[in-house]
Design a binder for this molecule. Structure first.
Ligand SMILES: C[S@@+](CC[C@H](N)C(=O)[O-])C[C@H]1O[C@@H](n2cnc3c(N)ncnc32)[C@H](O)[C@@H]1O
Length: 354
């Protein structure tokens, strides 16, 4: 078979877009220019503009005075974001927050500000710019751009680690109700959350199940902050452990929860994490992996976008299909028993000692 000439890739199949073709170029340009939107949102989030507008419309002069920004340039940023539905420009020239823009506030259940801070930061922006190299070599853009794995880099950069960890907590807050409603945790005595961040999900499970005890394991610098477990006396029912899940996990639980962790790792390390949990699990215990499952259809889904993000972030990292989880469980000595969809992007994938 003749190979395609360099620079002129062959079409790999029929164009799947059933829509009109006459506006294809403007639609594609809109996709291409979304880089501007991401950076504009990152800058607005960093300047705390949504917090400044929280109590009502504010003039550009006042926003510039508080943030120290260059007023004419700030105006052009706000005007562009008003076009994207983030702010409105009032008749008197002041800017007001929309419901969409409200998600850039620091607080509130719908806040996504920390993700805006993380994805647009110069250190990560450069990572996304290495996608070509990643696609050509399979090496994660993070390693190529920063010269070390993401977890090592974050350990050295507390100013980047902080919004990442806060976003993990916030995102968990936004998914917890669906996870607590999606599985009966009351049958367990102790739930251990492995790579559980600052304890948001464990706190929600303990709060909903007053007889349960909990163990939180994450890296020492992460569990040093575990505010979600400090409320409502939950700390008295919980042990907080700083450690390395690739080496060992604390024994003594009859449920091991591994939420949005395996997607960060290649099969070898993911199997090691699962095996460590399997060895610590009581005979009647359950292993519960909570994360997105890639469906074998071609529908748009956050799982597909996340999979590309994982490709960029960590070597071997991926969003997996149910079949891939089944193989991973088997390699770790576990039998996959159920996949339970939840009212969040995550499913609960249950396993028992095999
Ligand atoms: C994507 S976050 C998920 C956090 C949390 N489970 C959640 O759903 O929000 C992955 C977590 O794994 C932790 N982690 C990475 N390497 C680890 C290791 N070797 N031992 C323990 N935790 C680790 C990170 O610090 C981070 O909190």
């Amino acid at each position: 078979m003749e190979s395609a000439s360099p620079g002129k890739p062959e079409a790999l199949g029929r164009a799947s877009d059933p829509g009109r073709t006459d506006d294809a170029a403007p639609r594609m340009l809109q996709l291409l220019n979304s880089f501007l939107t991401v950076q504009a949102l990152h800058v607005a989030a960093g300047l705390g503009i949504a917090d400044l507008l929280a109590d009502g419309p504010v003039s550009v002069e006042d926003v510039a005075a508080v943030t120290g920004a260059h007023r004419p340039s700030l105006y052009r940023l706000l005007r562009m974001l008003a076009g994207a539905g983030v702010f409105t420009e009032e008749a008197d020239g002041r800017f007001a927050l929309t419901a969409l823009g409200g998600t850039l506030r620091s607080e509130g259940p719908a806040s996504v500000r920390d993700w805006a801070l993380y994805v647009g930061a110069p250190e990560t922006w450069e990572v996304w710019g290495r996608l070509h190299d990643t696609v050509m070599t399979g090496e994660p853009g993070f390693l190529l751009a920063r010269g070390m794995p993401m977890w090592d880099y974050l350990a050295e950069k507390p100013e980047l680690r902080a919004p990442f960890d806060r976003w993990m907590t916030r995102q968990s807050d936004q998914h917890n109700a669906a996870i607590v409603a999606g599985y009966d945790f009351s049958r367990f005595r102790t739930v251990a959350d492995i790579g559980g961040g600052q304890g948001s999900t464990l706190a929600a499970i303990l709060r909903a199940n007053p007889s349960l005890r909990g163990i939180l394991l994450d890296m020492p610098q992460v569990v040093a902050h575990h505010a979600p477990l400090e409320a409502d006396g939950l700390a008295q029912r919980c042990e907080v452990v700083g450690g390395d899940m690739l080496l060992r996990v604390p024994p003594g639980a009859d449920a091991y929860l591994v939420k949005r962790v395996l997607m960060d790792w290649g099969d070898e390390q993911a199997t090691r994490i699962l095996r460590n949990c399997a060895e610590a699990l009581t005979a009647d215990g359950r292993l519960l992996v909570v994360e997105m499952v890639l469906l074998p259809d071609n529908e748009p889904s956050p799982a597909r976008a996340f999979d590309l993000l994982m490709l960029l972030m960590h070597r071997g990292a991926r969003v997996r299909t149910e079949a891939e989880f089944r193989d991973l469980f088997a390699a770790a000595g576990l039998l996959l028993t159920r996949v339970i969809p939840t009212a969040s992007p995550n499913s609960i994938i249950e396993g028992v000692p095999g």
